[in-house]
Design a protein around this ligand. Structure first.
Ligand SMILES: Nc1ncnc2c1ncn2[C@@H]1O[C@H](COP(=O)(O)OP(=O)(O)O)[C@@H](O)[C@H]1O
Ligand SMILES: [Mg+2]
Length: 277
């Protein structure tokens, strides 16, 4: 969705002339006037060189940090007007980081439950919801495992389940696939896109990975603390193909795995098309 189209729909995230300066004696301008609007249900990639201000922007959008000046507006609420930011964040925004940040002594289920302590949900409902979320991310059988007993991809799935604990309308991810191999990256992206489709979660994903960015609907490029470009991924067909490519079936076709009957007949042609994208 481009800027004009975003205007026509519900804006869930907005920044106005956002600035963030770190330090006083040797000030670093990490963000230098960012104006941004993101509509409900968008999947936005934020790309840019290391040190360009991507994490700073995401942290400000997610109320993990305060701007030096300017404003962040989430679901119509200016964050500067929010009394209890922790509470607001906990109920509105889910975070996924590059390193999963799971608590090592808690099981997968207990980790997913952590954000729910911010709400009034009962203990049994909390456990049930955590189990349902783990099942949704494909970890139904791993609820009682500790993070150390899980693979990198599995830990990131737990982190996604945890991000969804309080039914956020917005999920912010900072290099969510940065530590994962290509196959696991594709799986995690497929999962995130599925969440966007089925639950209309707005996704903002900081990434270095051009394939990850290409799957998104819109790519915002940051340089030296400012937006350098903001483009919609125009070609719907190409986008669908990229999504299909990152899906488990697309991945299976690319690997040349044996496929179920009807699809098998078209496997060669599909592989050709997917390899061209
Ligand atoms: N806590 C901090 N204190 C001082 N400088 C920081 C801090 N966090 C980030 N910076 C600086 O701000 C700039 C933007 O950083 P960051 O947002 O982390 O970039 P990116 O995520 O794009 O790599 C960099 O120059 C970085 O060194
Ligand atoms: Mg960063």
């Amino acid at each position: 969705m481009n800027k004009e189209a975003a205007m026509a729909t519900e804006i869930v995230l907005e920044t106005r002339n956002l600035m963030r300066v770190y330090g006083e004696r040797m000030p670093v301008k990490a963000l230098n006037g960012v104006d941004l609007q993101i509509a409900a249900g968008e999947i936005v990639a934020i790309i840019g060189p290391s040190g360009s201000g991507k994490s700073t922007l995401l942290n400000l959008i997610g109320a993990l940090d305060r701007p030096s000046s300017g404003e962040v507006i989430v679901n119509g609420t200016p964050l500067s007007k929010v009394r209890n930011l922790d509470r607001f964040r906990g109920r509105t925004i889910g975070f996924i980081f590059q390193s999963h940040n799971l608590l090592p002594t808690l099981t997968a289920r207990e980790n997913v439950e952590v954000p729910m302590y911010e709400t009034s949900i009962s203990g049994s409902a909390r456990r049930k919801r955590a189990e349902a979320l783990l099942a949704m991310v494909g970890l139904g059988g791993r609820a009682n495992h500790l993070p150390g007993q899980l693979s990198g991809g599995e830990r990131q799935r737990v982190a996604i389940a945890r991000a969804l604990a309080n039914q956020p309308t917005i999920v912010l991810a900072d290099e969510p696939t940065g530590n994962l191999d290509t196959k696991t990256t594709a799986e995690i992206m497929a999962l995130l896109i599925d969440l966007n489709r089925t639950q209309n979660v707005t996704l903002v994903i900081v990434t270095h990975n051009t394939e990850v960015a290409a799957i998104c609907q819109r790519i915002i490029s940051i340089r030296d603390g400012a937006i350098e470009s903001d483009v919609a991924v125009q070609d719907e067909i190409e986008r669908d193909l990229l999504r299909f490519r990152s899906s488990p079936l697309g991945q299976a076709i690319l690997r040349g795995d044996p496929l179920p009957g009807e699809i098998a007949e078209h496997a060669d042609r599909l592989r050709e098309v997917l390899t061209e994208t």
